[in-house]
Ligand binder design. Sequence first.
Ligand SMILES: [Zn+2]
Length: 442
Amino acid sequence: MKSSRMTRKHLSADSLVALLRNRFEKLPDSRSNQSPISMADAVMSAFAMFSLKDPSLLAFDKRRDDENLQALYKIKRVPSDTQMRVILDPLPPEELRPAFGDVFRAVQRGKVLESYRYLDEGYLLALDGTGYFSSEKVHCPNCMEKHHADGRVSYYHQTLGAAIVHPDHSAVLPMMPEPILKQDGEAKNDCERNAARRYLEKFRADHPTLQVVVVEDALSSNAPHVRDLQKYGMHFILGVKEGDHAYLFEEVRRREEEGLCVESVIVHTSEPHLKHLFTIMHDVPLNESNTDVRVTFLRYIEYNATDDTIRIFTWITDIKVTKANVWRVMRAARARWKIENETFNTLKNQGYGYEHNYGHGEENLSVVFALLMMLAFMVDQVLQLCDPLFQGALEKLGSKRLLWERMRSLFYEYRLRSIRELYEALYYGCDRPRPRIRFDTS
Ligand SMILES: [Zn+2]
């Protein structure tokens, strides 16, 4: 994507960190005693820990006296690991929402968001739940609980992740996730469905006019959720499975047998060994108890003549699917995978330590850490999309794991003035100094 190669100053790492620092200054601080460490310093330090991909709070603690931390992440006083836990634990997670909004608006202002437009109906917003913490010992009042038959109890946290995705872009634009937690006064575990409801309401409050097409897996294809999507003016493409949506599939079969309201489309592409067959059926009831919820059913069969295999995908949508847009609707639906592949898998397997326990706390610490890690990931994704230096360094080193490793070692070895200088050193390389050994002559 050519436009992403352009440097947009306000989307550089240093500008985004300054933007966040400014926002963190406004965070509430309920501590009554005068601590030498401000809330902004504590939050920024946690952000720096995830930005640098330190594998643990202890690893971060070891770099506490590094002046690069103060200079690059604009931290006045870096807290110890214990201080960081104590300061962040009472912070209400919702207070971090404006920080996500700030980065998102910067992306909107830089016209980067526009490059994510794929369907006429709106940006593709992929939603999915994922777990990041599970323990039989460590827990907090927000933990969800699983009671096993043998009396053991597992405590766990999940989150409903959200990202704007595009079939042709590997970078995603993450948004503020919705924690899936035991809610105040609720005895029963919260579930993904309730979290999705809260998510949609908050998304609409944050972005009253942003047009989106929500793409989700088959767990989301239920009438209350579809009604919520309609209520908040969001389009949708949701997976459906024969096993979970028997009534819908039975109705589809009946209409096909009777030749009613079925449209078949075959699409040819430059790959002659692949055949793409689509079946479009409008105005189908989602299920027996909610026949008022009418959707368009779309089936896509990909036949591969090379090995004689077929792959079948089925979705429901409110988009007016026609012969002209069916290919794009299919690609949009399949881009849902990027919330798993490009978001959760990157966080879990490419150095972010999404499933590491940085500290659980007695109130909000676990959630606050998860959100700040997502915020660091969001900033990295913006850089991957817009910053030629970041792109060049990643290309040169070949993997994110190696990029983070080199970044940490440069951070450690050299005195730096800006994050830009760090990426310049990563991309262009730097002269290797000879060691200056200070002998102890006492
Ligand atoms: Zn917990």
